[in-house]
Design a protein around this ligand. Structure first.
Ligand code: ZN
Length: 195
């Protein structure tokens, strides 16, 4: 799938929102990717993840791992396309630390593909990779649906980052935000039921 084909699905599903948003990084932006608007349609999830699976197949992974909750569907669909196990890390509600739970295990040296939905700061997926490595896994690469930094995110990782699509989204610190200067109210995505 080309970059345009992927982003077209996001647009079609009204997942590419325009407005004034407070991102999880604390920065402000005029765009937001509401990936759940796409993933609510299993046929879109299947198609996108199948393409991502093909893109990452050469890494030779044996297992797919994703950080919950955000990347659960992606991890599952990519693993289905590659015919391998899908496991996930999740946050401990008390300590906020990422953990492998529910009886999931990894062999020493097991080749694992880490999968994320949208990469911006890479915080969750890097924590996920840290957990996998603590189990002795060989994390061979990161696959994601969208690199929202337009290519900058590759520098965040010491292994290959393979995004299905890349999109450069402008973001600013609050003090530099042109939308704040225009007096437009800022919205935290996900905090409202309807856009
Ligand atoms: Zn702002």
């Amino acid at each position: 799938m080309t970059n345009e084909e992927v982003l077209e699905i996001f647009k079609e599903c009204k997942a590419l929102l325009k407005g004034h948003f407070l991102l999880s990084s604390g920065k402000h932006s005029d765009s937001y990717l509401q990936k759940s608007m796409v993933l609510q349609y299993p046929w879109h999830a299947e198609k996108l993840c199948h393409a991502l699976a093909e893109k990452t197949r050469l890494l030779g992974a044996q297992t797919v791992a994703a950080p919950a909750i955000g990347a659960l569907i992606i991890g599952h669909e990519v693993a289905r396309a590659l015919g391998m196990r899908s496991i996930f890390t999740e946050r401990n509600k008390e300590t906020d630390a990422m953990e492998l739970r529910r009886g999931f295990t990894l062999e020493k040296g097991e080749k694992v593909l880490a999968v994320e939905d949208i990469v911006t700061t890479g915080k969750s997926i890097k924590e996920c990779i840290g957990v996998l490595r603590n189990y002795g896994a060989n994390v061979v690469g990161v696959g994601c649906l969208v690199d929202r930094t337009g290519g900058e995110a590759a520098k965040l990782f010491d292994i290959p980052l393979l995004p299905l699509a890349s999109l450069k989204v402008e973001s600013w610190e609050e003090k530099d935000c042109p939308l704040c200067k225009q007096g437009i109210p800022v919205v935290k995505p996900g905090s409202r039921a309807k856009f």
